[in-house]
Write a protein that binds this ligand. Structure first.
Ligand SMILES: Cc1cc2nc3c(=O)[nH]c(=O)nc-3n(C[C@H](O)[C@H](O)[C@H](O)COP(=O)(O)OP(=O)(O)OC[C@H]3O[C@@H](n4cnc5c(N)ncnc54)[C@H](O)[C@@H]3O)c2cc1C
Length: 394
């Protein structure tokens, strides 16, 4: 069978690309349904973009690479599409936009956009050998137990990263890049809970509190959540993308206002209160209990000297921890690294060395923060590739 464009992966980026790639487009996926990650995203409501999306919210060896696509197809363009389809949405927090009703609205919208241009979708199709004869690609597919050879002028690789293998992630994109001698920045789990081998936080499991979490050069002010195995919550997930095995992270448990001034104030006005009671005003009680021995939280606040309060503030605001690892691809929301952007055109997502070969979405070395940025990258990069294919086909 001959097609103009074969897209591998019916996820966010692949469907977006199919809606813009022009006639003769076939999307194939080994899953039973298209857009499975969209369906489960944002707790079933899909955080589909972010009002504040800008290149600063993305991690890549080349931070400039994402600029062109994000500018040419921005959050405002995607919001306009969502509005055109009368999908109700709301801003939750920090510019994060969610569907009011269901993430399935976004999948239905993308499927409708694909139908509008006649793009075909084959599910439960396994990709086999891929060849290129200089002018077109030959791809072996197995569908319903039958082998089919597809000949395609353009091949778009949109099969995501390695995160959540249970949902069909395979890392095939990296193998295809290697097949065409394109470099790949080593993939690793991102937006992932961090773990501590000694289960030290088990007694605190389920406790959440606002904090500033710093890893490498990045800091995030959001909630943290103690878990049976370690730390999670938005601030930790964000920081995890900047954390490398063996590194420490720093927690500031009272990022707002001056803790020292607050404690000195309390010492003046509420001197007979236990130190733990005073701390209970700024931290969850379970966390204060947990820290009681390590930080020697005894006596009344009036008993504390300025030096002791200073040491206490330092401990609470500069709590340095070295995670043993992360939960890995099993629960990671994204995969960092991927096809090296040096090998791709930032305008079209096309491989510089192989005409007609494109990589889009998560399999590229561009990874967004938590908060709708990863879908925006899928929309922007999918649009850029689709648009280029359509223009070249005309
Ligand atoms: C639990 C969870 C929640 C998330 N929530 C959000 C959110 O709210 N907002 C946000 O911006 N981002 C979110 N993300 C991240 C976001 O889902 C991804 O960044 C995005 O889906 C990437 O799009 P993609 O098209 O590149 O890859 P995917 O959406 O992963 O699509 C890849 C497709 O390729 C198919 N595929 C893989 N391997 C093969 C193969 N060998 N053969 C054939 N097909 C194959 C897969 O079945 C899949 O359909 C979330 C991720 C997870 C795991």
């Amino acid at each position: 069978m001959n097609v103009n464009t074969l897209i591998i992966g019916a996820g966010a980026a692949g469907m977006m690309c199919a809606a813009h790639a022009g006639p003769g487009t076939l999307v194939v996926d080994h899953a039973k349904a298209a857009g499975e990650k969209i369906r489960i995203s944002g707790g079933g409501r899909c955080n589909f973009t972010n009002l504040h999306a800008s290149p600063a919210n993305f991690i890549s060896q080349n931070p400039h690479f994402c600029k062109s696509a994000l500018k040419r197809y921005s959050q405002w363009d995607f919001m306009a599409l969502v509005d055109q389809h009368n999908i109700p949405w709301h801003e939750k927090t920090l510019g994060q936009l969610f569907c009011d009703t269901s993430a399935k609205d976004i999948i239905a919208m993308l499927r409708a956009e694909m139908d509008k241009v006649g793009a075909q979708l084959w599910l439960q199709s396994d990709v086999g050998k891929i060849d290129h004869d200089g002018s077109s690609f030959q791809v072996q597919l197995t569908r319903d137990g039958r082998e089919t050879d597809i000949q395609a002028r353009n091949l778009v690789v949109a099969c995501g990263g390695k995160s959540i293998p249970k949902m069909g992630a395979t890392g095939l994109g990296y193998q295809i890049a290697a097949r065409f001698d394109l470099p790949v920045v080593a993939p690793r789990a991102g937006l992932v809970p961090l773990t501590f081998g000694d289960d030290r936080f088990k007694p605190l499991a389920g406790t959440a509190t606002p904090a500033r979490v710093s890893a490498g050069t990045a800091s995030f002010d959001e909630a943290i959540l103690f878990t049976h195995r370690g730390l999670s919550g938005p601030a930790v997930l964000q920081a995890s993308s900047y954390w490398q095995e063996g590194d420490s992270i720093t927690l500031n448990l009272t990022p707002q206002g001056s803790l020292l001034s607050f404690l000195q104030d309390q010492r003046r006005s509420q001197g007979r209160k236990a130190l733990t009671t005073v701390l209970g005003n700024v931290l969850p009680g379970r966390l204060v209990d947990f820290l009681r021995t390590d930080l020697a939280l005894t006596g009344n606040i009036a008993d504390q000297s300025d030096a002791q309060l200073g040491t206490l503030c330092e401990s609470l605001q500069n709590w340095t921890l070295t995670p043993g690892g992360s939960e890995g691809y099993r629960t990671a929301e994204v995969t960092l690294g991927g096809v090296d952007t040096d090998a791709l055109s930032s305008k079209t997502m096309g491989a510089k060395s192989v005409d007609g070969l494109y990589f889009i979405g998560e399999c590229v070395d561009v990874t967004g923060w938590l908060g709708g940025y990863n879908f925006q990258w899928a929309w922007s990069s999918g649009w850029a590739a689709g648009r280029d294919i359509a223009q070249r086909t005309r």
